[in-house]
Each structure stands twice: as structure tokens, then as C-alpha cells.
Design a protein. Structure first.
Length: 538
């Protein structure tokens, strides 16, 4: 049977291509099995407290929204309530979401063809009759090429394993883009409701998820104003009915609608954020991202220049993906990017990118398409191999005996749970793994789960207040050190600031230290320690 990448006509061929995408993606996930991010355990601590009936709190009795992924907290809490290890559970949910995303790209929206003639329609009466009752403008979209390109995008695999909601959020956006294309083609009732529910899921998964409601206005205002009310009313009603209640609950619970995590990461000024964001975007253009953006710009530019009466069958999808890509890219640049590996804030841009790339590649000869696919597969692999922080993560996992790179922080947390008093208060720079396992009250020296530090001036990782931390007299302080030519030095700036305080040197003494691999400049591999200090009069 001849391999036909797009469109696919034979179910066996589609199934084989879906399996190929799943196998390659799963291999990338396994390669990064030891990679996890400390921040995931912030979510897990909120989830555990919720499962124990204490509510959405990090420290008991302290109402603070120190997470930015409400739906992920609920998923993690359900896993903990079922006595399932939360990291494995959320990894499985992320992996399943991506696998279903491959199926969505290869097979199209389920039921789009079967229900096109039988489902009730949302129609708008006009002088010429009901809108939406005629022949659809274009066939439903499906593309194995897009699925295979997405499978080769290693950042998607990395963020599936990290323990955060990034990959799942990207798949929700993929589903929204595909459903919007169906809604534009034919405004059926079930499509309108599904679109509204997807908007709700996006808004509950990430704070910026609510911005995708503007995607509906952007897309339909661009040239389909005659059917604007038909296509927007029900999806927005479904979205608003849930989002307004959710926002009111957050304000009642936390006293604000801005998560503390957002407050802790912003404040460096618009000029600084845009500059950092632009650098973040340029650094991300590797591993196939640059080629994807070139394809996206090419197809959008071709669509804009084309006469509307002669536009291609998938012209609607070009507009939808173009707006979605612009919105996510603008967000990533506007917030100043991120310190985490593998372009986290650009991972949600992958769905519109791969769809636009597939539309460019679709008319090319089979051999050329195979060469292009091979380029994406191998460029992603080699870029993942060379990315500095990922290289350190894989090295650190091997140094720890093929364990998660968070294992030293877990060991500290377990030691504290077994040896510290339940009333003790711990202060540290990393608010995830160690506080989760220790179960002690915690002061976050970077402010993600501390309202005072989050409110200080400065941007991401620029807010410190050692005097404030010491004024709260924590019983235990955990600092990180790395090896240098002159001996051990404090790893992070809050740790350095703490060591410089005379009050700290006078009142705290070292209790114990744990070896920990550290990431050095330019992806260097360093040895280091996590050192626990105890207040002398505690």
C-alpha cells in the first residue's frame, strides 16, 4: 500500500501513521523520564491538602493562590485521593492527551461528517434564508503530516514528563482550533457547546487560558460578520456561565483574581519583559521551530494575498491558526518568556504551527514530504540532545542512579518529615519537592507561595527579602551550594543574600548536607549540596 501522508484515505494507513507518531513521541518521553520540574510539587501540595479536606491552601489556614493550573490541581487531587502517585498520574494524563491529539489530527473531529446532516443547527434567519443550512465551505480537516511533525517536536515530550499542565494545555488548544474550524464550516448545536466547553477547560487550566475567548471574535470578525451572532452566542454563553462563577469563587477565596504566581513573576517593567521575551523567542527557534514558523508565515501570507473568491479549501483554518499562533507568541514575548527548558511558553503554539506547516507541505510530492518529515524528526532529536538544560537533566539523572533529578530534594523532605517537629517552619528557595515531602509549614524565599515577597519590585527571580524571612524566625533554612574553584558558594541569589546576613550567621548552624548535581554556566555539570541549617535556640 502506498504511503499517502495527506489526505489519508485508508483506515489501515491512518492507524499505522498514528502508531508511528505515538511510538516516536513515547520514545522521546522515555528519553526524558528522569526530567521533572520542582514546581510540579507545588501543585501536588495544594492537591494533597485539597484531598485531605483542608481546601486550596499550601500552608494550613493560609489562603493564597500559589498555583496557576486549577484544573491540574483537581486532576492531581483525584489521583492522590485514589492513592496514586501524582507525578505518574499527571504524566499519564498528559501523554494520553497528546496521543488523542495525534488521532484528532489524523482522523479529524469525531462525528464531523456523520453528524453534519442529522444534528440540530444553530441558524440565523436572513433575507435569503437560514444561514448554515447549505453545503459546508470546506471538507473537515485531517492530516497525518501534522501529527507526525508534532510527534517529532521534542518540547512536547519534555513537558509531558515535567509534571506540569503544558502539554495538556497545548492539546486543549489543538481541540479548540479544530472545533472552531468545524464551527465556522457549519454552526451545529453540538459544535457550539463543544467550543464553549473547550474555552472553559483552557481558562481553568492556565490563567491566560481565558484569552482564547478573544480568538472567536478575532476569527469571525475578520470576514464572517453576517453569522457572528450565530457562531458566537452559544459558545460564549457556555464559557461565561462557568468562568464568571469560577472568577467569583477565586475572589471570595483568595481576595484577588490575580494568582500569586503571576505577581511573583512580573514587575520588572514592560520594556524589560519585552526584551527578555524577544530573546526567549529567538533562542527557541531551534529543533524545527524556525522551519515551522517559516511555513506558518508563508501560508498565512499566501492566504492574505489570495483573492477571497479563489481561496483554498482550508482557508478558514489558515485564519484560525494564524490568529492562534499570533496570540500565543505575543503572550510568550509579552510576559518576558520563562527560565524553564524547551520553550515552555511556545509549546501551546505547536498545534497551529504544525497545522499550517501541513497545509504548506500537502501538495508536495511524496518523496519531498518524507524528506521534510525526516528533517523535523532528526533536527528535533539533535536539538534535544544539545539543549543545555536538558543535557544537564539527563546527566543529573544518571549521576543519581537513574532517578528523577528531584531525588535529592525528596530525600531532604523525607528526612525532615521523620526528624523535624510538626510545628517547625522551613524556609527555602525551592517551594516544590522538599515542602511536599516534609509537610512542614513553609516560607518561599522566591515568593511563589509567599504574598509579601511576591509583592516586591522586580521581575522573575528578582524578588528577595532575607530580612523578612529571618523576621519570621523559621526553625530550619535550606540553602543550595555548588562547587567552584574557590570552594562551595551559594547557588541562588536568595541563598547568597541569606548567607550575607549577620543575623543568619549568628543564629543558625549547619545540621546536615546532601549531595546534589548542579547545572553550571553554559550547561556545565557541577557537583553541589543542599545544606540544612537549624536555628540554635529552636
Amino acid at each position: 500500500m502506498e504511503l499517502n501522508l495527506a489526505p489519508i484515505k485508508f483506515s489501515r494507513t491512518r492507524a499505522l501513521l498514528w502508531v508511528a507518531a505515538v511510538v516516536w513521541f513515547s520514545g522521546l518521553c522515555w528519553w526524558h523520564r528522569n526530567v521533572a520540574i520542582d514546581d510540579a510539587w507545588i501543585t501536588f501540595r495544594y492537591a494533597r491538602n485539597l484531598a485531605l479536606g483542608e481546601g486550596f491552601v499550601f500552608n494550613a489556614g493560609e489562603a493564597l493562590e500559589g498555583y496557576s493550573n486549577f484544573l491540574w490541581v483537581l486532576v492531581s487531587s483525584a489521583a492522590i485521593s485514589a492513592n496514586v502517585e501524582p507525578l505518574g498520574a499527571v504524566r499519564a494524563v498528559g501523554w494520553l492527551g497528546v496521543v488523542l491529539g495525534f488521532a484528532l489530527l489524523i482522523y479529524g473531529v469525531p462525528g464531523a461528517r456523520a453528524l453534519a446532516n442529522s444534528a440540530p443547527r444553530v441558524t440565523l434567519e436572513t433575507a435569503t434564508g437560514p444561514v448554515g443550512a447549505g453545503v459546508p465551505e470546506s471538507p473537515p480537516f485531517s492530516s497525518a503530516t501534522a501529527a507526525l511533525i508534532m510527534a517529532a517536536a521534542y518540547p512536547l515530550a519534555v513537558w509531558t514528563m515535567m509534571g506540569l499542565e503544558t502539554a495538556f494545555y497545548a492539546m486543549l488548544l489543538l481541540a479548540l482550533v479544530m472545533m472552531l474550524n468545524e464551527l465556522w464550516r457549519d454552526p451545529l448545536l453540538w459544535k457550539s457547546i463543544a467550543t464553549g466547553l473547550l474555552l472553559v477547560a483552557l481558562a481553568l487550566t492556565r490563567p491566560e487560558g481565558a484569552m482564547w475567548a478573544s480568538l472567536l471574535f478575532s476569527v469571525f470578525m475578520s470576514r464572517d460578520r453576517a453569522r457572528l451572532g450565530t457562531k458566537l452566542a452559544l459558545p460564549l454563553a457556555v464559557f461565561a456561565s462557568v468562568f464568571v462563577v469560577y472568577t467569583a469563587w477565586r475572589f471570595e477565596t483568595f481576595g484577588t483574581i490575580i494568582p500569586n504566581t503571576v505577581t511573583a513573576k512580573v514587575g520588572g517593567g514592560a520594556e524589560s519583559s519585552l526584551g527578555h521575551g524577544a530573546i526567549y523567542f529567538l533562542r527557541a527557534l531551534g529543533g524545527g521551530f524556525l522551519a515551522l514558523f517559516i511555513c506558518a508565515v508563508a501560508v498565512v501570507w499566501r492566504h492574505v494575498r489570495r483573492n477571497r473568491d479563489a481561496e483554498p479549501p482550508q482557508g478558514n483554518l489558515v485564519v484560525i491558526c494564524g490568529f492562534a499562533l499570533a496570540l500565543q507568541t505575543a503572550f510568550a514575548i509579552g510576559v518576558g518568556g520563562d527560565w524553564m527548558p524547551s520553550a515552555r511558553f511556545l509549546v501551546p503554539a505547536l498545534p497551529p504551527l504544525v497545522i499550517l506547516a501541513a497545509l504548506v507541505i500537502r501538495p508536495w510530492p511524496l518523496f519531498v514530504r518524507l524528506v521534510v518529515l525526516a528533517y523535523f524528526f532528526f533536527s528535533g532529536f539533535f536539538h534535544a540532545r544539545d539543549e543545555q538544560m536538558l543535557r544537564w537533566c539527563r546527566w543529573a539523572g544518571r549521576e543519581l542512579g537513574n532517578q528523577l533529578i528531584t531525588a535529592p530534594s525528596r530525600d531532604v523532605g523525607i528526612y525532615l518529615r521523620e526528624n523535624a517537629r510538626p510545628s517547625d517552619v522551613l524556609a527555602a528557595t525551592e517551594a516544590g519537592v522538599t515542602p511536599y515531602y516534609s509537610r512542614l509549614a513553609f516560607i518561599d524565599m522566591l515568593g511563589l507561595v509567599d504574598a509579601h515577597i511576591a509583592s516586591l519590585q522586580g521581575g522573575l527571580h528578582e524578588k528577595f527579602d532575607a530580612a523578612y524571612v529571618l523576621s519570621r524566625e523559621p526553625d530550619l533554612i535550606l540553602l543550595a551550594f555548588e562547587e567552584s574553584k574557590s570552594g562551595p558558594i551559594a547557588k541562588w541569589q536568595p541563598d547568597q543574600e541569606m548567607l550575607a546576613y549577620t543575623e543568619f550567621q549568628k543564629n543558625y548552624a549547619e545540621v546536615r548536607r546532601w549531595p546534589r548535581p548542579m547545572n553550571g554556566p553554559n550547561g556545565g555539570m557541577l557537583k553541589g549540596w543542599m545544606v540544612l541549617f537549624k536555628r540554635k535556640d529552636s
